[in-house]
Design a binder for this molecule. Structure first.
Ligand SMILES: [Zn+2]
Length: 323
């Protein structure tokens, strides 16, 4: 997955922040201990001098002297370390109390390891890209556990809205739990306030937890970002993120102002991701007829043919909650 410059920059800044934090916390622990125990400070100073003494020994000519002095130095070093450990132990402090505790033990919060990007930085990039595109979505309040089926009537037809929504809920929960690159596309449709955004965000949160790159955004917002970038008013690269992320969630399709540009853009996103076989979740208040009218037959036929259609049912949950 490619990332735009802002995402890379923010992730790199976060990495520097993590490193500084780890160092300053270690420094605080050291000052705290050394203020109470000068002996520990002295031992620490001696241990720290080992490398310069080691270099000085290596600069000598005689091989035997070098070997002898290195062995003395090693023994001394070991002795100091043990003494320091004893002091820590006597104060009920862990062995590694004075070490810098990095968030990532592999790359020490530098983001790279053996000349390659560390997996912690890849995860951070995905999270950063997601956060950037998430706008102000209340992701933390949208989980499967707080989706309340009691808001859906169970007496409004042969198959009640609650029954319909129960099966949609189960489908979405399994979808999130079993998510992979081969997961199908989903189109959630139905009138406003029936929980489409809630369930798509619940899926997003769980799929991110699994380490996949998810981009979530409302269609009007994403399309206007693309428009700004297309016409040179912004240097970010939303299009790459949309076309290449592991899971794209396009919320509120149809809410954007309809122009030739938006129609072509939506078609391009849907079609390109289908060709790349990358899963997409779309939610919309329009029905298939509305989609056909707004986005032409081409888009509607792709949704009907290539997406699992989930028709939401019930009464506006947001209104019920406010009453
Ligand atoms: Zn790392």
């Amino acid at each position: 997955m490619k990332y735009d410059r802002t995402t890379l920059q923010r992730a790199a800044e976060e990495m520097v922040h993590r490193q500084k934090k780890a160092n300053s916390e270690a420094e605080k622990r050291r000052s705290f201990l050394f203020a109470q125990c000068p002996e520990a400070a002295e031992l620490d100073r001696k241990i720290a001098s080992t490398s310069s003494r080691f270099a000085a020994i290596l600069a000598q000519k005689d091989k035997e002297t070098i070997q002898r002095e290195i062995s003395i130095l090693q023994n001394e070093n070991l002795h100091w370390q043990k003494q320091l450990e004893k002091i820590l132990l006597s104060r009920n402090l862990p062995k590694d109390y004075l070490d810098v505790h990095y968030e990532c033990p592999i790359c020490h919060d530098t983001g790279s390891h053996n000349g390659q990007m560390c997996s912690c930085f890849e995860t951070l990039l995905r999270q950063t890209a997601f956060r950037e595109l998430c706008e102000s979505s209340p992701l933390e309040v949208c989980s499967f556990s707080d989706f309340d089926l009691r808001y859906y009537p169970d007496d409004d037809g042969d198959i009640s809205s609650r029954t319909v929504m129960k099966s949609i809920f189960d489908y979405c929960r399994c979808y999130a739990a079993d998510f992979s690159e081969e997961s199908p596309n989903i189109c959630m449709y139905g009138s406003t306030g029936l929980g489409k955004t809630h369930l798509s965000l619940a899926i997003a949160a769980e799929v991110i937890q699994k380490g996949y790159g998810v981009v979530y955004g409302s269609c009007p917002n994403l399309v206007s970002r693309l428009e700004r970038e297309k016409f040179g008013r912004s240097t970010e690269n939303t299009e790459d993120s949309l076309l290449e992320c592991d899971l794209l969630i396009l919320d509120d399709l149809g809410a954007e102002f309809s122009t030739q540009f938006t129609v072509a853009t939506v078609y391009n996103i849907i079609n390109t991701r289908l060709l790349k076989r990358l899963p997409t979740i779309i939610s919309t208040n329009l029905d298939m007829e509305g989609i056909q009218q707004k986005y032409t037959e081409r888009v509607a036929s792709r949704l009907i043919g290539e997406y699992t259609l989930l028709r939401f049912s019930g009464k506006d949950v947001r209104q019920l909650k406010n009453n």
